[in-house]
Design a protein around this ligand. Structure first.
Ligand code: URP
Ligand code: ZN
Ligand code: ZN
Length: 462
């Protein structure tokens, strides 16, 4: 058998197994897994002895060049996907917002037109529903057939015109159930949030960026999660809670799952690695994201959820704003652009603080950031695993190598990092996307536009 590339002698790690093997790649696919695969003259050999060979990570929550909070997120489809490649993420899922009264497909086509010439790794989109109607309900099956079976709705962001009320959420879940789609929800309670925001605005100079956390106590997330779970329970529609930041949320999802409610969720590295003390420093406003970073006991509970299974996915909610953009707040916590960089550090952060700190095995890490995302979002087995027939999306890691995080050495278009100065392991030496080497030693070396839209299948489950 001839191969274009053989990844030689590494420890191949999937969600269920670890074994020393060569990975034979022809074109874009893995075509052989075995001992001593015989390369011909001209076959590229990547020496992986002593290294881990992981499936490329899948980040299911990324906002590149998103118009938001009076600006546009600073990582565009180029820098964001270069950052992904450098960090071992070979597929990401961004979002396409419903185009006002024109429907979902219009927003999807616009977003794809923006992404296609720029993307450096594979991508898909979730469809954001901002205005539920009978027409949108009728469009849902077409969008699913197109390869986008997941729809996001926001319980907040009235100001942006993105908010969905309970009627919309309930109806969307009921409709999604009929077509095996999934409804993703940003769960926070807008009404109560606004009462608290008004309260802290009165004294905004006193509280500074810490008011962002004071005005968003845990119950503003957990109340909304509880409500969304109820709509999932009574409709049978598959619910997915995005960027879950609270321990209470993990408790609610666990209880609902035990009662047979079709609910899944993700958390993000910022909720696992950081806590609300970050808002107290002179640069506290940089960390403002939505929902905001919570307390150490929330992080602990979320880690436990990752171990025990009620939180099956880590995604980043990458929505990069640089220091100049963050400075737009001018002391008013309601005007901070919400979001931070993250896709580049997804794999290293979970490798370092999950696997290396012995919270779970490397197989479990693979399930959290590759296999579960692929299964739940309709990418499996094309992506999310290492198997004959799968796309040759790989991250090759030297387990002994670490880096001190420094935004200046990263591909992200950001002039700060939430993890600046932290030592992290697990940056890939080499990242392959569909057989092509796209990053080496933390630098993008692939081709602009290499990435492709990946059509996803409906009815994903773990
Ligand atoms: O602060 C965040 N997370 N910005 C992106 C939009 C969202 O709510 O996911
Ligand atoms: Zn959100
Ligand atoms: Zn988001």
């Amino acid at each position: 058998m001839s191969f274009d590339t053989v990844v030689k002698g590494g420890t191949v790690v999937t969600a269920s197994d670890s074994f020393v093997a060569d990975v034979g790649i022809t074109g874009e696919k893995i075509v052989a897994l075995g001992q001593d695969l015989d390369p011909l003259n001209g076959t590229r050999i990547i020496d992986a002895k002593g290294k881990f060979v992981l499936p490329g990570s899948i980040d299911v929550h990324v906002h590149l060049e998103l118009p938001f909070c009076g600006t546009v997120s600073a990582d565009d489809f180029t820098t964001g996907t270069k950052a992904a490649a450098a960090g071992g993420v070979t597929t990401l899922i961004d979002f396409a917002t419903q185009d006002a009264d024109k429907g979902l497909m219009e927003g999807i086509r616009n977003r794809m037109a923006a992404a296609e010439p720029k993307v450096c790794v594979d991508y898909s989109l979730h469809s954001i529903i901002t205005k539920w109607s009978d027409e949108i309900a009728a469009e849902l099956p077409d969008v699913i057939e197109f390869g986008i079976p997941s729809f996001k709705m926001f319980m907040i962001y009235k100001r942006e015109g993105w908010q969905s009320d309970d009627a919309a959420l309930y109806s969307a879940l009921a409709t999604a159930k009929d077509y095996d789609g999934m409804i993703m929800v940003h769960a926070e309670s807008e009404g109560v949030l606004n009462v608290l925001i008004d309260k802290y605005l009165k004294d905004k100079e006193k509280w500074g960026a810490y008011a962002h956390t004071l005005s968003r106590p845990s119950f503003t997330e957990s109340e909304a999660i509880q409500r969304a779970i109820k709509w999932s329970e009574v409709t049978g529609g598959h619910l997915y809670v995005v960027h879950m930041s609270t321990g209470e949320g993990a408790d609610l999802v666990k209880a609902a799952k035990e009662n047979g409610v079709p609910v899944d969720c993700e958390t993000c590295p910022q909720y696992l690695l950081l806590n609300d003390e970050v808002f107290k420093g002179p640069e506290g406003h940089l960390y403002a994201t939505c929902p905001q970073i919570k307390k150490p006991h929330d992080s602990e509970r979320l880690w436990k959820g990752l171990v025990d299974g009620e939180v099956p996915i880590v995604a980043t909610d990458t929505c990069t704003f640089d220091k100049t953009q963050k400075a737009m707040w001018e002391g008013d916590f309601t005007r901070i652009p919400f979001g931070m960089p993250g896709v580049e550090t997804l794999l290293p952060s979970i490798f370092t603080f999950g696997y290396r700190e012995k919270k779970f095995s490397l197989n479990h890490l693979v399930s959290l950031i590759a296999t579960h995302p692929a299964k739940l979002f309709g990418l499996y087995p094309q992506k999310g695993t290492i198997a004959v027939g799968a796309d040759a999306d790989l991250a090759i890691i030297d387990p002994e190598k670490s880096r001190t995080i420094d935004y200046r050495q990263m591909e992200t278009n950001c002039d700060w990092s939430p993890y600046q100065g932290m030592e992290m392991y697990g940056f890939p030496d080499v990242t392959l996307s569909r057989g092509a080497v796209v990053a080496k030693d933390g630098k993008f070396v692939g081709k602009l536009g290499h990435g492709r839209f990946v059509k996803r299948t409906r009815g994903g489950s773990l």
